[in-house]
Design a protein around this ligand. Structure first.
Ligand code: FSO
Ligand code: SF4
Length: 548
């Protein structure tokens, strides 16, 4: 069986996973994900054309977003669910086709003859046959030219990342026609043989723009539902009682679980990217949301063994469950692992029953760390921050943000944070912060030197902070005393990078390694236009950023 996947940072040998995924993805799952992406492209072709005639369908939009998110790293490892989504995709594609034909009829235009393979291909009904078909629709099939395929992959992975943000927004009932139309037209473009290199470069920049709008939409959804995050100490210890650990990024799922466990003597703990949930007034009002447990996603196998309660994933990053905790693990939403019970919908009674059957924790308080520095909180003290910069008390800001991962080389970010001079402020977001968020950085005139802006999903907040600072100082973001030191892992990081490039942000340092899907020519283009560069040695990069 052949396999090729290069969409994440830990890809084998820095080139591509060809035997099995470093993430645990098996070749059959990789092939089925490729076939799903192919049929989703067919849906996008019809939906895009229908959209231009003013027609849309929320069911089609939601399916496309969920389908793309299904193929993001560390989300769905279950061949059976992906195979079933391929069959559903065929039905949704027919729906999109008839939507297009009806839209043509209502406008009195003749429907175009659509012959692209993605729009006409019929998948087998048997899973083994689907796997073979998927192998023929891998990334290599996107284009024969290496550079063009490289930029198509940037676009495709950007769309996958954007689908994750849009999925959370849809769960909060936020939607936007223009963003959806971009999903359709851009995904349709990935198989459009009439397009050239610069068309795809422009689509990548457009993707960055639409992702900014998507993250804004998600931010509105989160803050309308739960209020703006406020600086909040989060316990790292444990409290006596039964326990459930929530991992992932979805706040609505956490809220529902908090409601259903209220008064039951069950304490809820956050894991990984759920940490910033403690900062939202609408979530921290639940007294049984007690603490954060463990570190970043790649340590789960070791840490979950020590969690004496039920564990549930609501989005990435799930890893192969160890036997030590598999019997108390659940998935929700788009996350799936073969043989791990999946909660469909909003009834968490099975998770609650599991937690009740387990031992739970004793009281064991520990230190607390701060979260909740979204743009509203930071800009609430903007006067102090600006005065700090003007007086010279604050020399520089570092955004040390992005994902964590299992590969070596990521201790660069710990070293970098440790070495940041005492007159500089660190903004952080996403799961990479676990490398340094338990250290004591102190404060500058009452402003903590480490500000946790939130999840990777809150990159919008970081952009808002940067734009507001630039506005206050009457300069561009590139002229601010601000450096971007980014770590990437999966496709959400790809689309955040596209957003930063769309905003014209230069001199970004990216690591721990550069994406395997970027060819030397495409990298040259990025260096020439944005002066983006790989991380080197913490001390040297720090000196360069400070102009020393
Ligand atoms: Fe991390 Fe995983 Fe949030 Fe990612 S938990 S790696 S970029 O899915 O989404 O930062
Ligand atoms: Fe390999 Fe990453 Fe693809 Fe998993 S998602 S198969 S680790 S490139």
């Amino acid at each position: 069986m052949s396999m090729f996947c290069n969409q994440c940072e830990q890809t084998a040998n820095g080139t591509g996973c060809t035997i099995s995924g470093v993430c645990g993805k098996k070749p059959d799952v990789a092939a089925l994900q490729d076939l799903l992406r192919h049929i989703l492209t067919g849906i996008a072709i019809f939906a895009s054309k229908a959209g231009k005639l003013g027609a849309s369908d929320p069911e089609i939009d939601k399916f496309l977003v969920e389908g793309l998110f299904t193929t993001v790293t560390n989300v769905d490892f279950d061949p059976a669910t992906i195979a079933s989504k391929i069959q559903q995709a065929v039905a949704i594609r027919s729906k999109a086709q008839s939507m297009y034909e009806k839209a043509c009829a209502s406008k009195g235009v003749t429907p175009e003859a659509i012959t692209e393979d993605a729009a006409t291909f019929t998948p087998a009904t048997n899973q083994a046959e689907m796997v073979k078909q998927g192998e023929a629709h891998g990334l290599a099939s996107l284009h024969n030219d290496d550079d063009i395929r490289s930029v198509i992959e940037i676009l495709l992975f950007g769309l996958k990342g954007m689908s994750a943000y849009m999925d959370h927004a849809l769960i909060l009932e936020k939607n936007d026609r223009e963003i959806m139309q971009f999903f359709h037209s851009a995904l349709a473009a990935t198989t459009d043989k009439t397009l050239g290199l610069m068309d795809y470069v422009n689509l990548c920049m457009e993707c960055g723009k639409h992702n900014l709008a998507t993250m804004k939409l998600l931010n509105e959804g989160n803050t309308e539902h739960y209020g703006h995050p406020t600086p909040t100490p989060v316990q790292l210890g444990t409290r006596k009682g039964k326990a459930i650990l929530v991992s992932g990024h979805d706040l609505r799922m956490l809220e529902e679980l908090l409601k259903q466990t209220e008064g039951k003597g069950i304490n809820i703990y956050t894991h990984g990217e759920m940490l910033p949930a403690h900062g939202y007034p609408g979530l921290k009002k639940y007294k049984h949301l007690v603490a954060n447990f463990g570190g970043a996603w790649q340590d789960q196998a070791k840490e979950f063994a020590n969690f004496p309660g039920a564990i549930i994933f609501n989005t990435n990053c799930i890893q192969r469950p160890a036997d030590s905790y598999k019997d108390r693990l659940f998935t929700w939403g788009l996350v799936q692992w073969p043989d791990v019970p999946h909660i469909d919908g909003w009834d968490f009674s099975k998770v609650i029953a599991k937690a009740e059957s387990l031992q739970g924790f004793e009281d064991n308080p520990d230190k607390a760390i701060l979260t909740g520095f979204g743009h509203n909180a930071v800009l609430g003290v903007a006067d102090k921050v600006i005065a700090g910069v003007k007086s010279g008390a604050i020399k520089h800001f570092f955004l040390i943000g992005g994902c964590d991962g299992a590969k070596s080389g990521r201790n660069y970010y710990t070293e970098f944070a440790e070495k940041v001079p005492k007159d500089c402020v660190i903004l952080t977001l996403a799961c990479g912060k676990y490398r340094f968020n338990k250290m004591d950085f102190g404060d500058i005139g009452g402003i903590p030197r480490l500000l946790d802006v939130g999840q990777c999903n809150d990159s919008y907040s970081a952009v808002e902070i940067a734009l507001a600072l630039a506005n206050a100082f009457g300069c561009g973001v590139n002229d601010l005393p601000l450096s971007f030191i980014l770590s990437w892992y999966e496709q959400k990081a790809v689309v955040v990078l596209l957003t930063l490039l769309h905003l014209g942000i230069k001199n970004i340092k990216l690591g721990p390694s550069l994406p395997a899907f970027i060819t030397p020519n495409v990298l040259n283009f990025l260096v020439e236009n944005f002066n983006i560069g790989p991380i080197t040695v913490a001390e040297a990069d720090l000196k360069a950023a400070l102009g020393n």
